[in-house]
Write a protein that binds this ligand. Structure first.
Ligand code: AMP
Length: 626
């Protein structure tokens, strides 16, 4: 085969995916590992990669402890309430106690943080969010990571982790290929930090045809954080906890700055406030503990994100859509009007362009909002990801196995979307998680835990064969196309993606079924998913670009199967507004106040599911008193 094999050996810390999590990992690894070899692999280019690539207008996770604003415990309580109780409080606390220092560093590195002219403190958008001029957020943070790493390999799609042939369940590096040259890359490493991002385009998106690719989360987020970990046999948690976003229609423009800073509000199609009328019936589903509109007036107990979605979804289903964001009042103030537009220009240019193109001026017309297709990720208002060890000083025994943010595979760590049970980390929290993981990875090496790793040539060769198989399939069968792109011997990546999205949408609770599913549907979905997995053995790639798409779809498929397995396991409707189990339409705390944990056996592909305790380590009392 024409592609070279390039081997990078003796790596101490390999960072797979250099978004905010990966950059934090590389930066911190250098601090604790002055003598260590740190290597970054990135599918795109580190300067503009990950979910923050196009910039952000806010940092959504900042405690402000130095200004007396919030304590880490406050953030744990907030995230717990927002996620209907289901979080890893040890991991959340650990992130929250370190996140401010990361934000201060960003400022030192040149990120312009807005200041409140009256107080001199950072300009707050909401209780947790501070405002930034963040179009260049990612290049600024990337610079620190580039200076910390020995080498940065851009344009490498990591397809698999390497496993130690000497000791079972221990990681030994990763392999992938260069998406420009096609070369095969082998990275032999003592530890791996997976920070390869969550998953968009798993469920059929609302945007199709000419709008396809316009999605809420980064379209290049192919669930590789999950695909890589699941394939290696790492345990996963809360994979059922997909997120649905309330967004400006078609451009997926963010609503946080509008709701929190501009104080805009929503109405139904006939100009009425609609949310509150859904609370009594919703309370019957979730109970008063999770929905108390009286308390929600304080900033301490906002109505959970999923429940706000529920009101929007139900109001539209009742025939009173569309939902509008009332911008016409706020936009009369020229300062707020400017912020409204800046907000998009700094992070979602597409929404501004779409409004300009479709003649929507929010000063004179209230724009439409809608709920998005579901996404599988773990750093916004949701907590999908790997089951990871927490910190020694906080975690109960079930949550602790030696090294902070280490998955259940030895030497394999996670950060950002890869770590489960830690919602509301956002960009700053993901970077912080990377730092935490890297510090622990250095200790793991210093403790001698990576000694004696060996990787056989046979493992490296068989992965090579597997990676290029889609090119081979194409070459062998390309003459048998019957019409257009149809070939009885293979499917192409686009066909596979369409099939996956349709399957997830219809059986696992996507947009076209108003987020509804049940046991019967999930089991049919699972059967079809197995067939898709089988057919993906025959995915064909016409060129290197399609080879990238082929591996992205394989990672997406792997993540999707986990979503179905978890959704099937949790027999309740924990997050109305994210999805509904029609056969168990209530929150069931007696049986399901637990975290769900799965493992896919790498040899057989069989899943085992278990319940893990959901410990509340931070008391609510202090908050109630406040
Ligand atoms: P978004 O722009 O929707 O991604 O949200 C940015 C931040 O604002 C996140 O921390 C959200 O959880 C939060 N947020 C958005 N909308 C609301 C709302 N209506 N109430 C409270 N927090 C919100």
């Amino acid at each position: 085969m024409k592609y070279k094999t390039v081997v990078e050996d003796n790596i101490d810390i390999l960072v797979c995916g250099a978004g905010l999590g990966g950059t934090g990992a590389a930066f911190e690894a250098r601090y604790w590992g002055q003598d260590k070899k740190i290597v970054i692999t990135e599918k795109a280019n580190i300067d503009r990669s990950g979910a923050v690539a196009q910039g952000l207008y806010a940092i959504n996770c900042y405690m402000g402890t130095r200004f007396g604003e919030n304590k880490p415990e406050d953030h744990v309580r907030y995230a717990r309430i927002d996620l209907m109780g289901m979080v890893r409080e040890d991991l959340l606390f650990d992130m929250a106690r370190h996140v401010d220092s990361a934000v201060h560093q960003f400022e030192e590195w040149g990120l312009p943080l807005m200041r409140d002219p009256k107080t001199g403190t950072y300009q707050r958008e909401g209780r947790w969010q501070i405002m930034i001029h963040g179009e260049s957020y990612k290049p600024i943070v990337a610079e620190a990571a580039k200076k910390s790493a020995d080498k940065v390999f851009n344009r490498i799609c990591v397809t698999h982790l390497l496993m130690d042939d000497a000791k079972e369940n221990r990681v030994a590096g990763a392999v992938g290929f260069n998406v420009r040259t096609g070369d095969y890359h082998v990275f032999k490493s003592k530890t791996v930090i997976v920070s390869a991002g969550g998953a968009s385009n798993i469920f059929k998106p609302r945007s199709v045809g000419e709008g396809s690719g316009r999605v809420w989360y980064a379209p290049w987020s192919s669930g590789s954080a999950y695909g890589l970990l699941i394939e290696a046999g790492a345990k996963m948690t809360q994979m059922e906890n997909r997120i649905v976003l309330a967004r400006f229609k078609d451009g997926y423009g963010p609503v946080g700055a509008y709701f929190l800073h501009l104080k805009t509000y929503t109405q139904n199609g006939v100009g009425e406030e609609y949310e509150s009328k859904w609370w009594p019936s919703l309370q019957e589903i979730v109970g008063k503990e999770y929905l108390d509109p009286e308390l929600s007036h304080s900033t301490h107990r906002p109505i959970p994100t999923c429940l706000r979605n529920h009101a929007m979804i139900q109001e539209v289903l009742a025939g009173r859509g569309p939902i509008h964001m009332v911008t016409m009042e706020a936009f009369q103030d020229p300062h707020l009007e400017e912020i409204g537009w800046h907000n998009f220009l700094g992070m979602t240019v597409g929404q501004a362009v779409l409004w300009a193109a479709t003649d929507v001026d929010p000063k004179y017309e209230n724009p439409e909002l809608t709920t998005s297709e579901p996404y599988v990720m773990g750093s916004h208002a949701t907590g999908c990801g790997a089951w990871c060890s927490g910190p020694e000083d906080v975690s109960p025994p079930e949550y602790y196995w030696g090294y902070n943010r280490m998955t259940t595979v030895e030497g394999l760590f996670g950060a950002g979307d890869a770590v489960g049970g830690t919602p509301h980390a956002f960009s700053s929290g993901s970077f912080t998680e990377g730092r935490i993981a890297a510090k622990a990875a250095c200790k793991y090496i210093d403790d001698g835990k990576a000694d004696g790793i060996s990787v056989s040539e046979q493992q490296i060769e068989s992965r090579r064969e597997e990676i290029y198989k889609p090119l081979e399939t194409y070459t062998v069968y390309r003459n048998e196309i019957t019409a257009g792109s149809v070939n009885p011997n293979y499917i192409n990546p686009r066909q596979a993606l369409d099939r996956l999205q349709k399957l997830m949408d219809e059986y696992a609770g996507g947009v076209t079924v108003s987020y509804m599913t049940n046991e019967k549907l999930l089991n049919i979905g699972l059967k079809k998913m197995k067939l898709l997995e089988e057919d993906l053995e025959k995915v064909a790639a016409e060129n290197i670009h399609e080879l990238l798409r082929a591996w992205e779809i394989k990672h997406r498929q792997m993540a999707s199967e986990a979503v179905i397995q978890h959704t099937l396991f949790r027999k309740e409707t924990r997050w109305p507004g994210y999805y509904y189990r029609g056969d168990y339409m209530k929150v069931d705390d007696a049986n399901w106040h637990v975290l769900t944990v799965s493992r896919r056996d790498p040899k057989t592909g069989e899943y085992t599911m278990e319940k893990a305790p959901c410990y509340h380590l931070v008391s609510m009392d202090e908050e109630e008193a406040a």
